[in-house]
Design a protein around this ligand. Sequence first.
Ligand code: PLP
Length: 393
Amino acid sequence: MFNKRMQKLGEERSVIRELFEYGNRRKQEIGAENVFDFSLGNPNIPAPAAVNGEIARLLRETPEETLHGYSSAQGLYEARAAIAKYIRVKFGVPAEPDLIYMTCGAAASLTVTLSALFEEGDECVVLAPFFPEYRVFAEGAGYRLVVAETDKNFRPDLAALENAITPKTKAVIVNSPNNPTGAVYTEGEMRALAALLEKKSKEYGTPVFLLADEPYRELTYGAEPPYLPALYKNTVVCYSWSKSLSLAGERIGYVFIPSACENAQTLFHAVCGAGRSLGFVCAPVLFQRVVAKCVGQTSDLAEYKKNRDLLYGALTSFGYECVPPEGAFYLFVRSPEASAAAFCERAKKYELLLVPSESFGVGGYVRVSYCVPRAVIEKSLPAFRALLGEYKK
Ligand code: PLP
């Protein structure tokens, strides 16, 4: 009677959201201060003052009859022009407002782009571990999802990628800084990936597109992620301000197609068509206006670095194993038992809410989101220590 695929997606729910809701129930039962919820990547640092200042100004100064009205489907020109200028100045890459499409966050940027690129039989390659929604987005658009392993430190493995790419590969999704590992890919790694994609595109006589999923671009602790359109012309950037401006709930982002991209104008039309077909037209208009003024600003991201240093330092001193994260706000910690799901269940006894890695496409790890108040981290440390102690008895 209903769409079976949608019904299944709705019923199985996301492991992360399930945990988040469990955490909310637990907080009601035993008090919020006694639950250590590391499940969701929901920014806890406030948006910068400029964002709220701009909202207040817009409410004061924009004529009421236009304030909440529709923009064009692809978004306000002023927002797209501000973004294009920012890309040109910051990254030295030619960028035109007319090749930018405003979206409801990176999730919409990805679904719109995947849908725009798709032809029957296409495959989409992701690097494991990967953001679990990639499977939903790619399969929803019709692709077969192909998973390429990374190396033991979660760096891109070129041989594995080469094996994963076939004449059916339309897109490779790269997410750096990475959810869930915190890896930031180097320019050398991305140049090597670009060379591989050039080679494969030439061999197959059709471009393999690189989708740069960039909601964490500004969240780095030293390493600067290279700008992928500068390295590979057939890159489409899927960006959002969910994390950089702490606007996750406001749903605002964009798709950027570089002018150098093959058939850029036609691809942009396909993006507009996909947006239309999926109902992603006219992104939230108040926030289009806000980002037009605040592009390039960030929340106080140094707070995440302090959280990272505290949590990484403490957990590794207790004996947990974890690759030091260079960006985003996640630790990807090796589970002390083979089943990460079993470990996460045991962690719940200590009121620690951790996400098992299976849905990220690898087994044996847990993701710890450290975009939480410092006090939560401080108070949780004895629980982390006692939890690991169970395995040392
Ligand atoms: N891509 C990655 C890797 C993410 O971690 C997220 C959200 O956490 C998204 C995309 C979706 O971002 P948005 O909330 O802007 O839709």
